[in-house]
Design a binder for this molecule. Structure first.
Ligand code: 5BU
Length: 273
């Protein structure tokens, strides 16, 4: 059976990474493939969004370095909300340095990201050392990594052979890399790759650049609908920011995105849930 028509629950058992398993299981349990991107600059606002939207989301995505009044209490409270409402935390850090440096950026500094963020992500740009460095810190804690295979913004350089190399890098590090940030489900085999391991090799695709109303912003962001992302492009998690917190009743907006994302998923798997 194609991975595309397997349910999230069926795919959970295909992953060795504990964060991947938890994510797929909780998406199935909560019936949501919605992640909210809370790009706000105050602690109170970030917590308000997590509290209000917790019941509707599978993943709460942060940019923790934009919070003016960051403190340890913020992450303690976020982790408590994640437990209470059953969601994972994803610090969208986009690491991009050599292995030795990212190791410290992940474990130490002001934010101690590895201590509270279930998921983080990295650019494959520096080569495989970046994955190895992050893995040294994250794997013993049961964390998972997404590689940035593509971006949603206009003119992105992450395409073609760069994207294909990202897939190869992930395949060599499946214990830690459980998926991609990308705009579509990617072919596992580039030209010249061996094709003897296809089978049930599964990756989770998390996709930003999702909006039901706007087509983009003035700084190059490009939006597609939940249906385009989940059904037509075969991705798994829709990441929505300003489409939800950009005005109006945020819980109402989150429910709308959640329903749209879930309907597209049910259509894809043939309504087995
Ligand atoms: P928006 O408000 O829905 O446009 O926010 C999108 C979020 O996803 C924001 O936090 C970005 O940093 C993030 N993002 C993205 O928009 N496009 C990408 O390719 C990647 C991340 Br990777």
């Amino acid at each position: 059976m194609s991975l595309l028509t397997k349910t999230y629950a069926e795919r959970a058992s295909l992953h060795a990474n504990p964060t991947a398993k938890r994510l797929l299981e909780l998406m199935d349990r909560k019936q949501t493939n919605l992640s909210v991107a809370a790009d706000v600059t105050s602690k109170a606002e970030l917590l308000r969004i997590a509290e209000a939207l917790g019941p509707y989301i599978c993943v709460f995505k942060t940019h923790i370095d934009i919070v003016d009044d960051f403190d340890q209490d913020l992450v303690d409270r976020l982790v408590a909300l994640a437990k209470e409402h059953d969601f994972l935390i994803f610090e969208d850090r986009k690491f991009a340095d050599i292995g030795n440096t990212v190791k410290h950026q992940y474990a130490s500094g002001v934010y101690h990201i590895a201590s509270w963020s279930d998921i983080t992500n990295a650019h494959p740009l520096p080569g495989e050392g970046i994955v190895k460095g992050l893995k040294e810190v994250g794997l013993p804690l049961g964390r998972g990594l997404l590689l940035l295979a593509e971006m949603s913004s206009a003119g992105s350089l992450a395409k073609g052979s760069y994207t294909a190399e990202a897939v190869r890098m992930a395949r060599r590090n499946r214990d830690f890399v459980f998926g991609f940030i990308g705009q579509r489900r990617l072919p596992l085999h580039g030209e010249g790759d061996k094709i003897d391991e296809e089978g049930d090799e599964d990756y989770v695709y998390m996709t930003p650049g999702v909006g039901l109303e706007a087509k983009g912003d003035s700084l190059g962001q490009q939006y597609r609908t939940p249906r385009q992302v989940i059904l037509e492009s075969g991705c798994d998690v829709i990441i929505v920011g300003r489409g939800i917190y950009g005005g109006g009743d945020i819980a109402e907006k989150a429910r709308t995105y959640r329903e749209a994302g879930w309907a597209a998923y049910l259509e894809r798997v043939g309504s087995k849930n």
